[in-house]
Design a binder for this molecule. Structure first.
Ligand code: FCB
Length: 463
């Protein structure tokens, strides 16, 4: 060759030094021991006992036994060199009846967990509500009850007082859309209701609960507080006007359900028309009160939705079709470009809010028992690599993305699928409760160590 050299490809930007790298879980999915030390049962606890609701009739009574094994799980976070851990509080451990007298032993569990994390230099990120409403509150009507916002704000105040001296980062609700749609629209999650008027009212009540809690936080605690939504960009299944309109409606009903009220203080444009006679009328001032400024937005991203017109689907008259691309074990299409788009769409519509990706990950079948460490999970490695590149691309396009939490630290109780779907970067053998690192865990550790430089090398196991 002559003296000319090929120009070097510009190296993509590293993630900044202060980027938050973490892993996420939720109480009901990992803790087990649901009634230990005076805890009150949750709506999931009861729902799991209804035949046919959970795959194979499983319950989360043991799950990952994290309630008893948390020191081992904190040691895993340390081994993976993660700076942050997102977990949720089980409301019923703190207030067994949902309201009234706090339960000191339940608070004690989270006290010890927080202290164990801080001792290892891991920042606790607490979600106040990850779907496990105390059953005693459901008996009073649950989220439909006009007092539900104050029940939640009072519970949050107890949590802020107990842990706010050590915990800086708080999340009010995890994924209001799922609570509304799965819990009250389709009835596949507890309380198992299928009621269009109720689902719209619950959306409003949840957001009031969120905003009232942010106000309590401002008055009583220090640090940062935000909301977590799951976003799924919608693409039409064809170029027909019907499908284009269907994709637009699905986008409003899912992706704007919470964000328009939180950022604009009004219901998502077009949602009232979709609900028609079922739309509950609340005074404008009640909607305005939802727009209490938040410190950050948490975004959970798993997939996009390829959408077609479906007359029988309420309220959107839209549904997802089988996607063209390859899918995970839950049938969710693997589509990393839509991750970038979910993040840039938020910025374009709502402005420069600081964003943390609070969940992203994939279920793939792993064996129930393993005898090698690390367990090879090449598809999860590739999923994470492609999605972390997509997150980096969103930053390059100017999104103020400040952190990323992989879902999940551990294989866990995946709601109605029970333990049959594995999302962990750490394998759990449910017969022995043994934890084994998967290759995706080591890959993620390399990403963290190199601030993303390793994303441009061929990862271990890349086919
Ligand atoms: C999200 C939930 C989380 C987990 C993942 C796979 O919707 O927040 O608890 O189930 O999906």
């Amino acid at each position: 060759m002559s003296g000319t050299r090929a120009p070097e490809a510009p190296s993509p930007e590293l993630f900044p030094e202060d980027f938050v790298w973490g892993a996420a879980t939720s109480a009901h999915q990992i803790e087990g021991s649901p009634l230990a030390d005076g805890a009150g049962p949750s709506i999931w606890h009861h729902f799991e006992r209804i035949p046919g609701r959970i795959h194979d009739g499983e319950t989360a009574d043991i799950a990952c036994d994290h309630y008893r094994r948390f020191p081992e799980d904190v040691a895993l976070l340390e081994r993976l060199e993660l700076g942050a851990y997102r977990f949720s509080l089980a409301w019923g451990r703190i207030l067994p009846e949902g309201r009234g007298r706090p339960n000191a032993p339940g608070i004690g569990f989270y006290d010890r967990l927080v202290d164990a994390l801080l001792a290892k230099g891991i920042e606790p990120w607490i979600t106040l509500y990850h779907w496990d409403l105390p059953a005693a509150l459901q008996d009073r009507g649950g989220w439909i009850h006009p007092d539900s916002a104050s029940w939640f704000a009072d519970y949050a105040a107890v949590a802020f007082r107990a842990l706010g001296d050590r915990v800086r980062s708080w999340i009010t609700l995890n994924e209001p859309w799922v609570i509304v749609e799965a819990g009250h629209g389709q009835g596949t999650h507890p309380p198992g209701h299928r009621d269009p008027r109720e689902s719209a009212t619950v959306a409003f009540r949840l957001l009031r609960a969120h905003a009232d809690t942010v106000r309590v936080f401002r008055a009583e605690a220090r640090g940062q507080i935000g909301l977590v939504v799951n976003l799924e960009p919608k693409d039409p299944a064809s170029r027909s006007t019907e499908d284009l309109d269907a994709a637009r409606r699905a986008d409003i009903a899912m992706n704007r359900l919470a964000l328009d009220p939180v950022f604009f203080g009004r219901p998502a444009d077009g949602l009232a028309d979709m609900y028609g006679e079922y739309w509950p009328r609340f005074p404008d001032a009640d909607w305005t009160a939802i727009a209490e400024p938040i410190d950050f937005l948490g975004v959970n991203y798993y997939s996009r939705g390829v959408t077609t017109h479906a007359d029988d689907k309420f309220p959107t008259r839209a549904c997802s079709v089988e996607p063209p691309g390859s899918v995970t074990d839950l049938g969710w299409e693997i589509h990393a470009p839509s991750f970038t788009r979910a993040l840039t769409d938020v910025r374009d519509r709502y402005g420069d809010v600081p964003i943390y990706v609070t969940e992203n990950g994939a279920a793939f079948p792993d064996p129930p028992a393993v005898d090698v460490e690390p367990l090879p999970d090449p598809r999860r490695v590739v999923y994470l690599r492609d999605h972390l590149r997509a997150a980096r691309e969103a930053r390059r396009r100017g999104v103020d993305l400040r952190g990323y939490f992989v879902w999940s630290l551990l294989d866990n109780f995946e709601w109605t699928h029970g333990t049959s779907k594995r999302f962990g970067i750490v394998h759990v053998d449910y017969a022995t409760q043994r934890r084994t690192l998967k290759e995706s865990a080591l890959f993620y550790r390399d990403v963290v160590r190199t601030r993303g430089a390793v994303l441009d090398a061929a990862p271990r196991g890349d086919p």
